[in-house]
Ligand binder design. Structure first.
Ligand code: UDP
Ligand code: MG
Length: 142
């Protein structure tokens, strides 16, 4: 994939987490994503397995919150999506807001919909390398 200068279309991995699915926030979150000019290329509601969750969150395996994180992301249906658009990795990260909703800015998804730092409504890839890796892990869903 071309990673040259300037704006370019790229893909990122979005997960609407079980808290937001349970609270029926999927449509509102997806409206915010599309209003930002990003396309929802693929979308699948699924129960993420514990095996996939551990692989997906491998970078956090030594963190004190790892078990809680895996339990939470597997606790009920999530919506796994591939987003596409110009600079969509950083654009979607800024739309998400800070990991801790108490620190998230007005107008962000987490400010509006996150319950807590652990139940924080959405996931988004943090770099092109993470996006490639995470899309590959979830590719069997689509
Ligand atoms: N998390 C948590 N407690 C913490 C930090 C993170 O439960 O103290 C969870 C939270 O759900 C977060 C995920 O672990 O979204 C991944 O953490 P990361 O630092 O990668 O935050 P993100 O990239 O999601 O903003
Ligand atoms: Mg992260």
């Amino acid at each position: 994939m071309d990673r040259g200068e300037g704006l370019m279309s790229e893909k990122t991995l979005c997960i609407i987490k079980p808290d937001a699915v349970k609270n029926n926030f999927v449509d509102q979150i997806n409206k915010m994503i599309e209003s930002k000019g990003l396309s929802i290329l693929k979308s699948k509601k699924t129960n993420i397995s514990s095996e996939i969750a551990k692989q997906f969150y491998a970078e956090h395996s030594e963190k004190p919150f790892f078990n809680e994180l895996v339990d939470f992301i597997t606790s009920g249906p999530a919506v796994v999506q591939i987003l596409e658009g110009d600079s969509c990795i950083t654009s979607y990260r800024s739309l998400m807001g800070a990991t801790n909703p108490e620190e998230a800015e007005e107008g962000t998804i987490r400010k509006k919909f996150a319950e807590s730092i652990s139940k924080n409504a959405v996931h988004g890839s943090d770099s092109p390398e993470s996006a490639d890796r995470e899309i590959e892990i979830m590719s069997a869903l689509f």
